[in-house]
Design a protein around this ligand. Structure first.
Ligand code: CA2
Length: 144
């Protein structure tokens, strides 16, 4: 039975591929999931990929990751990254390692994206490589 990695995506990431391709790439979230599944199979891992526009769902899923024995969580919390103490506390509240993921590099963007409450609690961060950020984070998850 392969270990499972939760891949949690926050608000507006369901719109990927429809707007702002210069920032987020032209691929949809499903395209990204497909790429990730391919690499996961090679690493003998299973992916459980979800998206929600609701902060509480992401909190519940972080708790579920621990309860279900997932090996790690890849978390792109979208704009909640920069606002959510609840996600910060949820990450600190579980033992499952959480890797922060971003398509863009928030540090190259507006100053309001420079603070990450997720990153301050996460094991590490991969950002700025588009869909490849998720794959690189999966590599990290497979080694920790
Ligand atoms: O770069 C990332 O992955 C972000 O987490 C994406 C968030 C942004 O608020 C973070 O600062 C960085 C935004 C996701 C919204 O994605 C859209 C995609 C297409 C059209 C509209 C929004």
């Amino acid at each position: 039975m392969p270990d499972t990695i939760f891949v949690l995506n926050g608000p507006n990431l369901n719109l990927l591929g429809t707007r702002e391709p210069e920032i987020y790439g032209a691929e949809t979230l499903d395209d990204n999931a497909g790429q990730l599944e391919d690499r996961a199979r090679e690493l003998d891992l299973a992916i459980d990929m979800r998206q929600s526009n609701h902060e509480g769902h992401l909190v519940d899923w972080l708790h579920e990751a621990q309860a279900s024995g997932a090996k790690a969580v890849l978390l792109n919390a979208g704009a909640f990254t920069h606002t959510s103490i609840a996600l910060h506390d949820a990450i600190k509240g579980i033992k499952t390692p959480v890797i922060e993921v971003h398509l863009s590099n928030p540090h190259k963007r507006e100053s309001f994206r420079h603070t990450s409450f997720v990153g301050q609690a996460a094991k590490g961060t991969v950002a700025g490589f588009g869909a490849l950020s998720y794959v690189l984070a999966l590599e990290a998850a497979s080694r920790i």
